[in-house]
Design a protein around this ligand. Structure first.
Ligand code: BDP
Length: 723
């Protein structure tokens, strides 16, 4: 071989190596699950007779967005340029649109009239003798959702030869709640600062806003509340409304409406009024005028989210009015424009000595039927507060005349912040599939939320966002899965969290089965592992005061009793747990009679909720035959072992994905193991001190003394320090 030829061969080999290495080239997580990287050859083969040409309009901004997403997706996945066409000229065409936007679709008479606004169908058809795939909606947004679904099929390696899909969202309002302050901080945010660059808005529309909208639309999210529920009044001033309008413009093509958290006392703070009493005509007029002003700028504005009379926020009770008075007053201002009020049920008071878990129900249940038609009550999944595990909120099923929205926390305030790998799908699914028994067996929370149980058409699900300026958006690659699963379950609350995890893994990392299976298994077990090393057997609220980082079961420093861990576990020499039975706080009575009886009886209570409902002696015999004390220690230890196992699993997967993401996950898992051990050891040390019992044989003692764990302090914890 002469030198010239050798050089060419070397160059060729280098090129091949580079090409082969392409799937694992550096990635920073920015693309989320919309990576559209070249499919492996065996997958691409599935689609060789497809995607020959794309027939799609671009008359509206949503159509343009759909078109560019499909081009970007198909070109990336298949590695070829898909040509645009007006007619079907060969097999494999993709036809996208609505009967109004596409003469071809109108001609196919697909019965799109029976579809809802956001619904779509994807069907394999024959047009003018050619095999084609049609993605059709009644409205543009349906076609966009359909396009994302179609891309997902390719991204996850599914066959597309004989498609006949029909999808409609089961929930109407699928909304992210950003707990973002106007100064850029994010309350309980672990992914950097707020992505809203308020200072540069409205002029500078960061391209990131468009990517945010794409990501949300890809999973069907159709609303976003831009500011924190602990709201200031400034967001309602003209300067800020102009900024809000700019964001609304960016999101509109993607079917996303903006909403605002409002401060109930805004008429006083920025309106110069002496009161914010919802029954005061001047206050009512102020809100009406404010709503008119907002809709002038943002004709499709979604409405208001309100946290009132809770944790120091102002509200109607300041004027001896009810939550219904407050919500209805705002609802009336929004109603002429089609807006809604999402009024939070997360209400408990500093002065009420009642069990905190009971207070929201006590407050809201009597108001059922008193809210105007455009009010939804937004209820956290559990009665206390987004803990690693709680039973479902007893309000679900208890207010049949009122639309109840679900509120999940996607950001992992209580589940290890950014670094712990905790997939929240199983948590969400556990709550949604819980049977409230409110209207007989099968009255699941999902059916309350989607309106089917009690006949509501106004329905909603909210998720407290985990999004920030971090390059990977969510603070870690695996946290992206929690954003993803929220959207998918908001679209259809009966989907399986495992199926969703698998979709996500395939799109985010790899379709290689040797990777997918162990990673999905790891994700599915991760929430239970966290429950075990943090709050097993129905314990909750054991985290550090204020910042909520790390274990502090001993803590009694908070000003308010029900902010203190000791309030929740009641551990002493005799036993542990919160007695919510009939002879205790009687929180059980807030559930449907059959469930109340079950939770009231220690023998029938599922052990995962044992210490939530019962105060139990340490020597109580668990179903396993072990004492409660031994079982508690075994759960704590199991949690740590599970994380060790997750690390082991991950260590086998190097090389399947790019080195950057691989190494960050590996390092975060190491942090998680360290912190799981810390949680376990600190809790074991504390509960051992409380019980006075020796550790069961075979279990390692905590690495340090209880004093040591109690002495730790954590300045500058993210998501908390400076408000
Ligand atoms: C708690 C959070 C706090 C929120 C509150 C809420 O610690 O930061 O303001 O929920 O949901 O869990 O209003």
């Amino acid at each position: 071989m002469n030198a010239f030829l050798r050089a060419w061969v070397t160059l060729f080999l280098m090129l091949i190596t580079l090409l082969c290495a392409a799937p694992t080239r550096a990635e920073d997580g920015y693309d989320l699950w919309l990576r559209y990287r070249l499919l492996a050859p065996e997958q691409a083969k599935l689609y060789q007779d497809h995607a020959s040409e794309l027939i799609i309009g671009h008359a509206t901004s949503t159509q343009s967005a759909t078109r560019s997403e499909l081009q970007r997706g198909l070109n990336g996945l298949l590695g070829r340029d898909i040509s645009l066409s007006d007619t079907v000229t060969r097999d494999g065409a993709i036809i996208v649109g609505t009967p109004a936007s596409s003469a071809l679709i109108a001609r196919l008479s697909l019965n799109t009239q029976s579809l809802g606004n956001e619904s779509y169908l994807i069907r394999s058809v024959v047009v003018d003798g050619h095999a084609a795939t049609v993605i059709a909606g009644r409205e543009d947004i349906g076609a966009l959702y359909g396009a994302f679904h179609f891309l997902r099929l390719l991204q996850t390696g599914r066959p597309i030869d004989h498609l006949d899909l029909h999808e409609s969202p089961r929930v109407k309002l699928r909304v992210l709640n950003h707990w973002d302050y106007l100064n850029g901080q994010v309350e309980r945010g672990y992914a950097g600062a707020s992505i809203w660059d308020w200072w540069k808005l409205p002029d500078w529309r960061d391209p990131r806003y468009t990517d945010y909208a794409r990501a949300n639309a890809s999973i069907g999210i159709n609303g976003t509340v831009l500011d924190n529920v602990n709201a200031g009044a400034t967001i309602l001033t003209p300067v800020y409304l102009e900024k809000v309008a700019a964001l609304a413009d960016v999101f509109r093509p993607y079917g996303i409406r903006v909403y605002l958290s409002i401060r109930f006392s805004a008429p006083m703070e920025i309106g110069g009024l002496k009161t914010a009493d919802p029954l005061d005509p001047q206050v009512q007029a102020w809100w009406r005028a404010k709503a008119d002003e907002i809709y002038k700028r943002i004709p499709d504005f979604g409405g208001f989210l309100v946290k009132a009379n809770s944790e120091g926020q102002p509200g109607p009770e300041d004027y001896k009015r009810t939550h219904a008075d407050g919500a209805n007053m705002l609802a009336d201002a929004l109603a002429p424009h089609g807006g809604v009020v999402m009024w939070r049920a997360f209400v408990y008071s500093q002065t009420n000595p009642e069990d905190r878990a009971k207070q929201a129900y006590d407050e809201f249940k009597p108001l059922d039927g008193r809210f105007h038609a455009n009010v939804l009550i937004q209820v956290k999944n559990g009665p206390v507060d987004f803990q690693p595990r709680e039973p479902f909120h007893p309000l679900f099923g208890a207010m049949p005349k009122t639309p109840l929205m679900m509120e999940f926390e996607i950001t992992k305030e209580y589940l290890g912040f950014a670094t712990h790998l905790v997939y929240l799908g199983p948590l969400f699914e556990e709550v949604l599939s819980a049977d409230t028994m409110a209207h007989g067996k099968g009255s699941t929370v999902a059916k309350v939320i989607d309106g089917s149980l009690e006949g509501h058409t106004l329905t909603g699900m909210a998720g407290v966002a985990n999004i920030g300026t971090d390059r990977n958006w969510s603070g870690s690659d695996f946290n992206q899965a929690n954003w993803y699963v929220f959207g998918r379950l908001a679209w259809n609350p009966t989907l399986s969290s495992r199926v969703i995890a698998e979709e996500w893994v395939r799109m985010t990392f790899s379709n290689n089965e040797a990777f997918v299976k162990p990673v999905v298994d790891m994700m599915m077990g991760s929430r239970e592992a966290a429950v075990d090393y943090m709050t097993p057997l129905g314990l909750l609220h054991l985290m550090g005061p204020g910042h909520h980082y790390g274990p502090a079961p001993w803590d009694a420093s908070e000003s308010q009793a029900d902010w203190r861990p000791v309030y929740y576990h009641h551990a002493d020499r005799l036993g542990i747990g919160f007695d919510r039975t009939r002879t205790g706080s009687d929180a059980v009575a807030q559930y449907a009679p059959a469930l109340a009886a079950q939770f009231n009886d220690i023998k029938q209570t599922p052990e995962q909720y044992l210490l939530y409902f019962h105060h139990v002696p340490w020597d109580y015999r668990m179903r396993s035959g072990q004492t409660l004390w031994s079982e508690l220690i075994s759960h704590y230890t199991q949690g740590v072992d599970d994380i060790k196992q997750m690390r082991e699993t991950w260590s086998q997967l190097e090389g399947y994905i790019d080195a950057e993401r691989y190494h960050q996950v590996a390092t975060f898992l190491a942090i998680q193991e360290k912190e799981a051990q810390w949680w376990r050891d600190a809790c074991v040390a504390y509960f051992q001190n409380a019980s006075g019992l020796p550790l069961p044989t075979g279990y390692a003692p905590p690495a340090h003394s209880l004093n040591y764990y109690e002495s730790l302090s954590f300045p500058y914890v993210p998501g908390f320090s400076s408000w």
